[in-house]
Write a protein of this length. Structure first.
Length: 224
């Protein structure tokens, strides 16, 4: 009980430590500064309206005590406006600096995330590379090439002709040249006979048959 009483007395004298809340972050701080800046900016706008009212009053007044009184009010409002403008400039500068810091911090985080991803990808590549045997791949390519060559050789063997006389290629070429001049000199008289044949058939109605110019190369009516 004595210890408890002493502890209570110490707490009253020095206070108790409060639980620490979450650490402030730049985003929340920037939002707070922007809100404060907006509030100051609204005050400046109100002072502008008041200054305009005093200015319009002085334009309509003659020189004298009344005008001087209005002038003093306008100077007081203008002094307040200048003070708020200085505050606003400081707030905007702080907000800008914090935004730059926040941007740089986020960029560094993104860079670290990218580097971590690249390192993880490199480890994965190395792990998969160990599963690949280059010598086996090369042997496989060589085997495939040998199989293709063997297949082509088999096709050549299977395509050989049997029982053909051994004829000189020069003789074959000479014979081919000789045929080129005479292969179309055969008797074509059957076409002339077909052209001279009667154009009507006995017992027919006497309808005129197609002219020779309308016959094809075999003596038959040409199709239109």
């Amino acid at each position: 009980a004595v210890v408890s009483t002493q502890s209570t007395g110490m707490n009253r004298l020095f206070g108790t430590s409060k639980a620490k809340g979450p650490a402030p972050n730049l985003t929340d701080s920037i939002a707070t500064l922007d809100g404060r800046g907006d509030s100051v900016e609204k005050k400046i706008q109100k002072l502008d309206v008041e200054l305009k009212r005093y200015s319009d009053q002085m334009k309509k007044m003659r020189d004298g005590p009344s005008k001087n009184m209005v002038k003093q009010k306008a100077l007081r409002v203008l002094k307040q406006k200048r003070a708020y403008e200085n505050q606003l400039e400081g707030i905007r500068n702080q907000s800008f600096n914090m935004e730059q810091t926040n941007y740089t911090t986020q960029m560094l985080k993104d860079t670290k995330h990218t580097v971590d991803a690249m390192q993880s990808g490199l480890k994965e590549m190395k792990r998969e590379y160990k599963k690949v045997n280059i010598d086996k791949i090369q042997d496989l390519q060589d085997d495939l090439q040998d199989m293709m060559e063997d297949a082509n050789e088999i096709q050549e063997i299977m395509g050989q002709q049997y029982g053909m006389p051994d004829i000189d290629d020069a003789d074959l070429e000479a014979e081919l040249d000789a045929l080129g001049d005479t292969m179309f000199d055969d008797d074509m008289s059957y076409l002339d006979a077909a052209a001279a044949a009667p154009t009507t058939i006995p017992g027919s109605s006497g309808r005129e048959e197609p002219a020779a110019s309308q016959l094809d190369e075999f003596g038959l009516p040409a199709l239109s």
